[in-house]
Each structure stands twice: as C-alpha cells, then as structure tokens.
Design a protein around this ligand. Structure first.
Ligand SMILES: [Zn+2]
Ligand SMILES: [Zn+2]
Length: 264
C-alpha cells in the first residue's frame, strides 16, 4: 500500500515539473494533450521501473519487488496502466459510438472488479492492485539480508525537521527584533548616537508622512516626543512589549513612555 502511495507521489512530482515547464507556453497549447502527457509520463516511469527492474519505484524504495514477473506480464501490466487514458479519450472522442459503449462496459466491469479486489485486500492484506491479482504477481523482499533500517532513518529525520519548522513558525513572531537591536546598540561601544534630537512642538502631517515603524501612512497618528510620527498601534504595541522602546528613525529615548496624539 505504501509502495502504491509512493508511486503516485513520484508521478505527481514529475507532472508538476512538466506543468511548471509548460507554464509560460500559450494556454491553448498544452491542455488538449494533457491526457497524452500524463500517459507518456506514466509509461516512461513504468518502462524504467517495471520493465527494467521488475518493480515500481515505490517498491524499490521499500525494498520489495514482484516475484517471477515475465516479459509478457510486464507488457500486460503496462497495457493495464493505459486503461484510464483510453477511457478519458473515448469520452472526448465520441461517447455514443458503438466501440466506445463496449469500452465503457469493460471499464465499469474493471472498476467493479477493482472494488472487489480492494475488499479482498482489506481482508487478507495481499495484492492491493487488481492487475496484481489478475497476473498473479506476488510481492517479495528484494534482498532478504538487507535490514530495512533506512526507512526509519528517513522517517526520524522527517519528523525532526517537521518539528523544527513548527517551532520556528510559532516562535519567530514572538521575538522582538527591535528590543534585540536596541540592546545590541546599547552594548556596542562603536555605536555613535545620532546627534539629531531637536524636539519640535508641532508635527506636520501630510499625505507623504510615513509611520517610523511600519513605513505606511500612519493610522491614528501618535508620537513619542521626537518629530517622527507613528501609527497608534505600532507605537503602543512596541511600548507595551519593550518599555524602553526607542524611535527606530532617530533613536530618541523615551523614559516616561510618552504616546500622544499628533494634533492635525
Ligand atoms: Zn505604523
Ligand atoms: Zn524619531
């Protein structure tokens, strides 16, 4: 079952690459032959997996293969894989045609058999695919001696990375970069304080005024003593997070946590 899932994933990733490559072509060019592309892709993957090694790529990853698969069975396996394509094409071509009707009937029988096969598989756990039951293909371990350690190794690494990314996603927004920057400045002996600290009593707000924190037009303009303007949310939020918040533009210190509305 895992092998089937892996096979599907491999095919999906290949078709994603093809779609990426065809993205910039004119839209009407690729979509009519979409079914052909996916069929070619499927056959190509099968040629290099089942025809040359007697197992699909997913099975190779899990160290299993088909027992006693002959060339005839391999070719039947390939033909079977084209079923979906034939059905899609017939639908587009001429649904009321006599041959098509027969193909549809065959397809429906095939699907019913597939359903029955899946039910049997769920009971006894062998041959998940209908084609495997028809051709009497058994899955065996490719090499008995090789311990299946690699699987758990990859799994552990995957879990570790997922956990790490989750931690990053949750903690990154919690870090107050302005506070860290301020602390760095404070303990950096080479940092020269800006001489510019003329405090003016009137701050003119024009359409060009930008918030010193977020760089957008200030919403509910407030100030902290210097002549820079902040959004109320930007200033108040930073002051709540860091009581010694300095103006990011001029480095103005504000010991009494000033947050006043700018008079228009
Ligand atoms: Zn702002
Ligand atoms: Zn300032």
């Amino acid at each position: 079952m895992n092998a089937i899932y892996l096979d599907k994933e491999i095919q999906k990733s290949f078709s994603q690459i093809i779609h990426e490559a065809c993205k910039n072509l004119p839209p009407g060019l690729v979509s009519p032959i979409d079914a052909e592309i996916s069929l070619l892709l499927k056959l190509g993957i099968l040629k290099y997996s089942v025809l040359s090694n007697g197992s699909t790529f997913g099975q190779q990853l899990l160290n299993i293969k088909y027992e006693n698969i002959s060339t005839f069975k391999q070719i039947l396996y390939m033909v079977f894989s084209c079923m979906d394509y034939v059905k899609i094409r017939c639908e587009l071509w001429n649904p009321s045609h006599d041959v098509n009707q027969r193909i549809f009937t065959f397809y429906i029988i095939f699907k019913i058999l597939d359903f029955i096969n899946t039910s049997i598989f769920l009971r006894n756990g062998v041959k998940p695919l209908l084609i495997e039951r028809i051709l009497d293909l058994n899955q065996v371990y490719a090499s008995e001696k090789l311990p299946r350690t690699f699987e758990s190794k990859y799994l552990a690494r995957e879990l570790l990375w997922n956990g790490f990314i989750e931690i990053l996603v949750y903690t990154l927004p919690l870090i107050n970069y302005y506070k860290i920057k301020r602390l760095f400045k404070q303990y950096n002996p080479f940092y020269t304080k800006s001489m510019y600290s003329s405090i003016i009593s009137t701050r003119v707000i024009t359409t060009q005024s930008k918030c010193a924190h977020c760089g957008q037009n200030p919403i509910l303009p407030h100030h902290m003593g210097c002549n820079h303007v902040f959004c109320y949310a930007c200033l108040k939020g930073n002051q709540t997070a860091d009581s010694r918040y300095e103006c990011p533009a001029c480095g103005h210190k504000n010991p009494n946590i000033m947050c006043e509305r700018v008079s228009a």
